[in-house]
Ligand binder design. Sequence first.
Ligand code: R5P
Length: 285
Amino acid sequence: MILFSGLGSEKLAMGVASGTNAEHGDIRIKRFPDGEFYIRILSDVKGKECAVIKSTDSNDAMVELFIILDAIRDMGASRISAIVPYLAYARQDKRFNEGEALSAKTILGLIKKFSDTIMTVNCHFLHSSGESEFQGIEIRNLDAFPLLTNYFMGKLKNPFILAPDKGSIGLAKKTSEIIGCEFDFINKIRISGDDVMMETKEMDLKNRDVIILDDIISTGGTIVQAANFARSNKAKSINVGCVHGIFSRGLDKLNSVADEIVCTDTIQREISRVSVADLIAGELQ
Ligand code: R5P
């Protein structure tokens, strides 16, 4: 297999390649002055199985991914896997109001158009790992939460898992069973894209090292409110883990409320202390 990387996913791709016997794909990616991509496939892919690793953490990233996949197909690859560790638009998988675009379907449909298989990590709307189907499109979904759990395991003296919304209760329960501690949840009410509030609730967190896990941190609103809740309930420390660190409003606010924030390298960040490279490599063997 020849493994190509899009911009931003190079480090992860190197980690994946070293865990497999895949050859590193030679690709040139440049930008024209107006921002358009120039992409050239330099490896000979004719008749070969190829994979492309590229997270879609921006609209530009998606265009880049589509062009790379299409170019590899044009150059005669026999089979193409799109490995999209962070799959964008996955929070728009339902029509909440009449007339709304089903953006997740649009994006996945386009990725599928240019590839034979799609692999991702903790896709927001998929609640189990393994093979799933969405709108007739097969997706292989990998679970990075066990890696985040391992990261925190044994690190904290008096752990307590706090789910920042009802959607994370299952994850919090599972994590608490592995770590061997208690868990609870708070009920999140979303007011706008940036603002959330937490319903008031009694919870004794005195002297607890609270761990808050979420699949995505975007604006950080959810985590800031959950951390404030934990702090006001006397938590000793607040430790945050997420799979996809979008951090669309930066990290300052989050750093001011948490003792530690860690994310995986589905999107490469300074605080990507947990790597999904071996997880992906294991699937490619
Ligand atoms: C929502 O269902 C997700 O799991 C995250 O909680 C949400 O996307 C986080 O967004 P933000 O960081 O903007 O609050």
